[in-house]
Design a protein around this ligand. Structure first.
Ligand code: MN
Length: 242
């Protein structure tokens, strides 16, 4: 087969005004997927059943960034700093995670994506880093998303280390939530200096399953390490094409 791998990217909710609302993905996801040889499509979140049917079209899946995850999904009440949630999206993405892992579909989970990956597998979240973590570094950067602002330390025994070729890299940071208790089927492979979990991998990989708290898609055009993460994901998606 000669076609390019199709990468399904989960959509975030936006409401522009009373006449325009719907699912969207930041243009950087599309640009970085195309630049690395994939065909991006946006996955809607009508309901979990439809989400699973759309996966039949996909060779790889990106769980994209976006809204906060509803804390009822990890048995917590809403913290006063919790932002807007979209329960329909949460449920659709949890179904997507389980299906992808069971069916060996390559999965790249980004920002909110790494959080929903953890919740789908039974982990919890820190609902607001600034008020729930002592002496955190700045995770909601005030400069452009293409710029790196903090370090992460990467475990040497990880796929992420093999991809970026270093145990310490610079990343961007656009999150106020983070992984709390890590799901038992995931392992931490990167952390920031304040102990926040910045990347995880699946403990039983037969294919590519990596989650990062930063936004590699917004750094990929200017940063080789981050572009390699997209490139490896899309290469692995091409491998499983039927
Ligand atoms: Mn961060």
């Amino acid at each position: 087969m000669n076609r390019k791998p199709i990468i399904g990217i989960t959509g975030a909710y936006v409401k522009h005004n009373d006449y325009m609302e719907g699912v969207y993905v930041h243009h950087d996801y599309h640009k970085s997927v195309v630049a690395n040889g994939g065909i991006p499509i946006i996955l809607p979140y009508i309901n979990p059943e439809i989400s699973l049917e759309t996966l039949g079209l996909c060779d790889g899946i990106i769980l994209s960034g976006g809204e906060d995850v509803d804390p009822k999904l990890f048995n917590q009440d809403p913290h006063h700093q919790l932002g807007p949630t979209t329960p329909e999206r949460d449920l659709a993405e949890i179904a997507i995670v389980k299906y992808a892992l069971e069916n060996d579909i390559p999965l790249l989970a980004i920002c909110r994506g790494v959080q929903i990956l953890n919740v789908a597998l039974g982990g919890t979240l820190i609902q607001d880093i600034s008020s729930q973590v002592s002496e955190p570094i700045q995770h909601s950067q005030k400069i452009d998303r293409s710029q790196d602002t903090h370090w992460v330390t990467i475990s040497k025994n990880s796929r992420l280390f093999e991809i970026v070729g270093s145990n310490r890299v610079r990343v961007n940071s656009l999150h106020h939530q983070a992984i709390g208790e890590v799901a038992k089927d995931l392992r931490i492979v990167a952390q920031s200096s304040d102990g926040i979990v910045e990347a995880v991998e699946y403990n039983h990989p037969t294919t590519f399953t990596v989650g990062v708290q930063w936004h590699p898609e917004s750094m990929a055009s200017t940063n080789v390490e981050m572009n390699n993460l997209l490139l490896e994901f899309i290469k692995n998606s091409a491998k499983v094409m039927v």
